[in-house]
Write a protein that binds this ligand. Structure first.
Ligand code: ZN
Length: 161
């Protein structure tokens, strides 16, 4: 496994649509392992392949309940609404408020290529939406309600209070 470089906002690859994975071979499995390692090292809860410069429809997530791998994910149901702060490893040091569904169901393949269905609520629902957006070339900042804020400035402001 190896940590990969995370592409950041301004890199055109983040605006491109990723291709479906037709075959899960050694190259894709190494990519998945590297994405997990990169996500954990950067303390992220999710990472999509375009963020490490690969235009394939692969996503990894861990919202604190263990790793989840989604290949060719497709959101099939959305329910309710949640509004809260969201960040992204490709937009370092920033947060912004985004409204997402409270509950999301998605279909995907796992790392063995077996189809599965995942239903997530709260943070996991937010994460599924955020990562699937990456596969279509979208960043959360496009959907932000209000300003994209600086995390550090906010922490300093809180300390001063
Ligand atoms: Zn992101």
């Amino acid at each position: 496994m190896a940590k990969r470089t995370i592409r950041t906002v301004g890199d055109r690859i983040l605006t491109k649509t990723a291709r479906s994975v037709e075959h899960l071979g050694p190259k894709e499995l190494t990519l998945i392992d590297d994405m997990l390692e990169t996500m954990y090292e950067e303390n992220g809860v999710g990472l999509a392949a375009p963020q490490v410069g690969v235009l394939k429809r692969i996503v990894v997530m861990d919202v604190g309940e263990g790793p989840i791998v989604m290949v060719n994910p497709r959101i099939t149901a959305r329910e309710g609404e949640q509004t809260g702060d969201e960040g992204c490893l490709s937009v370092p040091g920033k947060v912004a408020c985004v409204t997402r569904p409270e509950k999301v169901t998605a279909e995907a393949l796992d790392r063995e290529g077996k189809p599965f269905v995942i239903t997530g609520e709260g943070l996991l629902a937010r994460c599924i939406c955020h990562e699937c957006d990456h596969l279509d070339g979208h960043l959360y900042t496009e959907f932000a309600e209000g300003p994209v804020r600086d995390v550090e400035e906010e922490a300093e402001a809180e300390e001063e209070e």
